[in-house]
Every structure is written in structure tokens, then in C-alpha cells.
Ligand binder design. Structure first.
Ligand code: UPG
Ligand code: MN
Length: 579
């Protein structure tokens, strides 16, 4: 697997928590994987797709066994018809031309979908859904009665082997590997960062491509030429050898006109990365990002040795991925205690210690002297699902808040360590995010104090006749005007800006506030909360199932009661003030 100027091996990792077949439906992950398996890349055999299933769900493995079969038809169909939209679900929902060929492939897709949905409905893979001895073995060997999500051995299944497996036109196919790392209660699993590090090692042992794309299960490829676009940067002599990653923006499909919950998060995914691109490069946002494998092993000038030579980023794998020796080693590096006492998570790989492992890893890499690039093509390279409800947005943001504060008050704080390592301006960009949650303090004060003063007859704002009033007006209009202009100049609309402002207030009074409280209680040892996966369903019935999830009710009530209390209080003050 070497890099030449014309082709490079690419590893694509698709993450699914599979934590909940309702929150992260296997069919979505399958669509994501198929969209990248169908990349326009020559030779396609150099692409390997690793699916990390952190929930260890047999349903996900089953879905991928089906997907591997369907891929043999889907890949040549896309290639021969020059299809741009290569996520089957998105393609069949678009305005495609119907003819006998598209009808045939649609029928196959529907059949696959039906089988996957039936298996999900039953909650397990029955024997009549299993096609051969090899598949049967996989299910019976791993999913024993003792198997639980939090306690199970590693599972590695090679579903497609490039070089051996061919599509219906005898053309090559990429590697497709299913991985669910070992889990047990006594070893920390480090959430997504832990899953990504296991992927980094397993892919290192099996194919060791120099370029890695990380993709979440809720984001499919929307443009088959994306790898070439990213590779242009990696092969550019002027950018090498300090370039660690090429980040594409997170873009979403299915936003309504006003983007009610401001899910687009324009500042985070568009405006700020454009600015940071003019400095050392944007922060990593967890998905749609191509990395140079070498960046995970030390600074550009100081190589950090992994434990075994097979994991060196320049190691050449010269055995087939199904070779006994390769598989044995892959299981070894996917095990729970492989990392104990090692540098994984501190000096090597994705970094541990924050719930926003993406922000933290990008930050630490840039502190080490690595650079990054923001690539924002006209046609979005990836399209993702937006959180489906206000509750989801708010709790996602609460999780981010906790993660950001973990960085803000660590020994790697952007204010201290950051300023020393990357300079004042870059450190300021990172600090801006790290301290986001403490905006809850001024926002909460702003939401309550004016009413309090109103009720008590105290004036805190200058009178219209007072010359200071103009300074106040100037600052008010200036701040909002500038924010609105920046928003609108990046393909924004006034309506969406308004939603963005509204959500900022809602976040301030809920996510940021509760995130700060959770961070404080966590650090005082009172509570230990983890990573709650954002749900990815759009189906209403399924959403209802999710809503009735018993354990989550109390947080929802407390989170919204603050906001409700504030609104009622404002209304009350308004009425009283007008009497
Ligand atoms: O223990 C875990 C938890 C999560 N995941 C996966 O991580 C991804 C991201 O989780 P999601 O619930 O979608 O989080 P979001 O808040 O929607 O994601 C944003 O924020 C995360 C934390 O900063 C980043 O990891 C994501 O890339 C970024 O899109 C998903 O594919 C999950 O399956 C795991 O593999 N293992
Ligand atoms: Mn997500």
C-alpha cells in the first residue's frame, strides 16, 4: 500500500454507536457505507471501508452482509450510469430517470431494505435470514447468551476482500470490514475516540493506508469525486509535510426554510473554519475529514513510536487481509487492554479526556505544529441528518458544553498551553469554543435582571434623552448588525439568522447552563454522565418510541423548565410593567 502521485490508498471509517437500533438505524449506516464504497476512485481496490459498530449489534452486521451483496450491483450501476448521488436512499428519493435498469436496481434495494427491516423488527437474526455456513458461524460464535453491549469480545468480519471479490461486471471492489471492538466493564472505552483508535489500529494492521477518512453514520457522501479533491491537498508539495487533515464542512439535508432549530450551525461549520483556514487551518469537526495517518504518531518532526512495528504509518502490509497472521494481530490490537500503559489517547491517535474528542484532537494536533485545510466545494461533499427535535439539539449541545469545559479547564487549556504552542490568534479561535458554555452566565443574567429591575422600579438602561443612550444603541445595533451581515454573506437568509439568534438564547439558558452544572458536579465527583448519542431517525413512529424512553424524562423536564420559568417570568414582568 504505497502512495504514488497518481493513487493513494484510502481508509474510510464509518462510525455507528449502534447503541440503539432506533437512534442509529442500520439502514442509515448501510447507505453511508455504500455511498463511499461507490467513490470514483481508480483503482477502487485501494479503498477500504471499516465500519465500527460500538454497540456490537448483530443487526448491524447482518445489514452489512446484505449491503456487501447489494454493492456488487450498486457499484457498477453508479459507475456505468455516471450517477452523482451514490447513497441509494438519497438517489431513489431524488428525481432520477425511470427506466428498466433503474427499476431493477430499485427493486433490489427495496428487497435488501425489507430484509434488514424485518430482522430489526424481530430484534435478532433468525436462521432463515442467514445465507451460508460462514455467516451462521459469525453469528453463533460471537453472539452468545453472555454477550452484552458493554461486555463482549472483539468482532472482525471481512465482508468484501478487494482483489478477490468482484462486482457483477467482474470489476474490482473495495475492502469492507466490520469491526466491533472488545468491551468490558473494567476497562475504560473512551467513547468515540476509543472507537476511532481501535479503527486506526485495526486498519493499520489490515491495510495501513496513508490517508484516512472519518465519517459518522449520519453523514453520507454526496459527491463521488471527493477523495481526489482531498488528495490534491495532501499531494501538494507546498503544503506537505505539515498537513494533518482536510476538513469538509458539515452540511445537512432536510432543513426547513427557516431552519427552526438553527441546526445548520453556520458559525461553527462555515464561517469560523473559513477564517481559521487563513491561519493554521480549521478545527476538526468529527466527520467528513481526511487525515494523514502519520499525523496520529507525533509531531511533524518527532515521530512517536507505536508499540508494534506493524502499526508504523509507513509499514507495508504484504499479506491478504484474511491471512491468519493478520487477523490474529487485528484481534490483538482491538482488545480492551491493548492500550493500557500506552500512549494511545495521550500522544498517539485520537485524544482522550473530552466528550468533544474531535475538537480536542484537532486542537492538540495543531498545538503539535500540524496544519489543516478547509475544503468547501460548491456541491456539498457530505450531507448529514439534523437532530430531529428541540430536545435532541439541546442535549447534543449540553454534551458538547461538558466536553468543551473539560478542555477549557485542563492543563491543555487554550489560554495557557494553547497560547504557548500555537500563538495568540489561533489559541483565541480555540478558546472561543472552549468557553462557549460560560455564556450561560451573562445570558441567564440578561434573561432575568431587566425584569427584576422593572418589577422593583430600578432603571438600568439610560433614558432616551441621555447622550449615553446613543452609545448603547450603537453597540446594540453594531453587534447584531455585524453578526447578521456575516451570517447573510455566507449564503444565509434573514429568517435563518433569526432562528440562529433564538437558538443562541435557548442554548444559553438550557444546554450551556446545564452543561456547566454537569461539568461542575462531575468534577466535584457528584455525577458521571457519558456520551448520549444524538438520534438520527426521521420516522415519527420511531421517534415516539424514543420519546417514551423512560430514563431520559427527568433531564428533559429540568432542562426545559428553566427556559419555561424564564419565559413565564418575562411575561409576568411584562404584564405587571404595563399595568
Ligand atoms: O461511544 C460512542 C459514542 C458515539 N459513537 C459514534 O460517534 C458518532 C457521533 O455521535 P453523534 O451522536 O452523532 O454526535 P453528534 O453530537 O451528532 O456529533 C458531533 O459531535 C461529536 C462530538 O464532538 C463528534 O464526534 C461528531 O463527529 C459530530 O458530528 C456517531 O457515529 C456514533 O455512533 C461511537 O462510535 N461510540
Ligand atoms: Mn451526529
Amino acid at each position: 500500500m504505497e502512495t504514488t502521485t497518481t493513487s493513494a490508498a484510502v481508509t474510510t471509517t464509518v462510525n455507528t454507536g449502534g447503541l440503539h437500533s432506533v437512534k442509529e438505524p442500520p439502514l442509515n449506516v448501510v447507505n453511508t457505507a455504500l455511498s463511499v464504497m461507490a467513490y470514483d476512485y481508480n483503482p477502487i481496490e485501494k479503498i477500504s471501508i471499516y465500519v465500527s459498530d460500538d454497540g456490537g449489534s448483530e443487526l448491524t452486521l447482518f445489514a452489512f452482509m446484505e449491503a456487501a451483496k447489494f454493492a456488487a450491483y450498486w457499484l457498477p450501476f453508479c459507475r456505468e450510469n455516471k450517477i452523482i448521488q451514490r447513497s441509494p436512499d438519497a438517489y431513489f428519493n431524488s428525481n432520477y430517470t425511470e427506466n428498466s435498469e433503474t427499476k431493477k436496481i430499485k427493486l433490489m434495494y427495496e428487497n435488501m431494505k425489507k430484509r434488514i427491516e424485518e430482522v430489526i423488527e424481530r430484534g435478532k437474526v433468525d436462521e432463515d435470514y442467514i445465507n451460508n455456513e460462514e455467516e451462521l458461524q459469525a453469528f453463533t460464535k460471537f453472539w452468545t447468551p453472555e454477550f452484552t453491549r458493554h461486555n463482549h469480545p472483539s468482532i472482525i468480519q471481512v465482508l468484501l476482500e478487494s482483489g478477490k471479490d468482484k462486482d457483477m461486471t467482474s470489476h474490482g471492489m473495495p475492502n469492507l470490514i466490520y469491526l466491533s471492538r472488545e468491551k468490558n466493564k473494567s476497562s475504560p472505552h473512551h467513547f468515540k475516540a476509543g472507537a476511532l483508535n481501535a479503527l486506526l489500529r485495526v486498519s493499520g494492521i489490515m491495510t495501513n493506508a496513508p490517508i484516512i477518512l472519518t465519517l459518522d453514520c449520519d453523514m453520507y457522501s454526496n459527491d463521488p469525486s471527493t477523495p481526489q479533491r482531498a488528495l490534491c491537498y495532501f499531494l501538494d508539495q507546498t503544503l506537505r509535510p505539515n498537513l494533518a487533515y482536510v476538513q469538509f464542512p458539515q452540511t445537512f439535508h432536510g432543513l426547513n426554510e427557516a431552519d427552526t432549530y438553527a441546526s445548520e450551525i453556520k458559525g461553527l461549520f462555515f464561517t469560523n473554519p473559513i477564517g481559521m483556514d487563513g491561519l493554521n487551518g480549521p478545527n476538526y469537526v468529527g466527520t467528513g475529514c481526511f487525515f494523514r495517518r502519520r499525523a496520529f504518531f507525533g509531531t511533524p518532526s518527532m515521530f512517536e513510536h507505536p508499540e508494534i512495528p506493524e502499526l508504523f504509518p509507513d509499514h507495508v502490509v504484504n499479506k491478504p487481509i484474511k491471512a491468519q497472521e493478520i487477523l490474529r494481530r487485528a484481534y490483538y490490537v482491538a482488545s480492551c487492554n491493548y492500550e493500557s500503559g500506552s500512549n494511545w489517547g495521550s500522544k498517539i491517535g485520537f485524544r482522550y479526556g473530552s466528550l468533544v474528542e474531535d475538537y480536542y484532537t484537532g486542537y492538540r494536533l495543531q498545538c503539535e505544529g500540524w496544519k489543516s485545510v478547509f475544503c468547501n466545494p460548491k456541491r456539498p461533499a457530505f450531507l448529514g441528518d439534523i437532530p430531529i427535535s428541540l430536545y435532541d439539539v439541546v442535549s447534543q449541545n449540553k454534551r458538547w458544553s461538558v466536553g468543551l469545559l473539560e478542555v477549557a479547564f485542563s492543563k491543555y487549556s487554550p489560554l495557557t498551553f494553547g497560547v504557548q504552542s500555537m500563538g495568540l490568534v489561533m489559541a483565541h479561535c480555540y478558546a472561543h469554543y472552549a468557553f462557549w458554555p460560560i455564556w450561560s452566565i451573562p445570558l441567564t443574567l440578561y434573561a432575568f435582571i431587566p425584569q427584576l429591575t422593572l418589577l422593583n422600579g430600578v432603571t438600568i438602561f439610560p433614558k432616551v434623552s441621555d447622550p449615553w443612550f446613543f452609545l448603547y444603541v450603537f453597540m446594540f445595533l453594531g453587534a447584531y448588525g455585524q453578526d447578521c451581515l456575516v451570517f447573510m454573506s455566507n449564503e444565509g437568509t434573514f429568517k435563518r439568522w433569526w432562528s440562529d439568534q433564538r437558538m443562541w438564547m435557548i442554548r444559553g439558558l438550557t444546554s450551556f447552563l446545564f452543561g456547566t452544572i454537569e461539568y461542575l458536579t462531575k468534577h466535584l465527583g457528584i455525577s458521571t454522565q457519558g456520551f448520549n448519542v444524538t438520534s438520527k431517525v426521521v420516522d415519527n413512529d420511531q421517534a415516539m418510541v424514543l420519546r417514551s424512553d423512560k430514563g431520559r424524562m427527568p433531564t428533559r423536564v429540568t432542562i426545559f423548565s428553566t427556559f419555561l420559568a424564564c419565559t413565564l417570568y418575562m411575561a409576568f414582568a411584562f404584564l405587571l410593567g404595563n399595568m
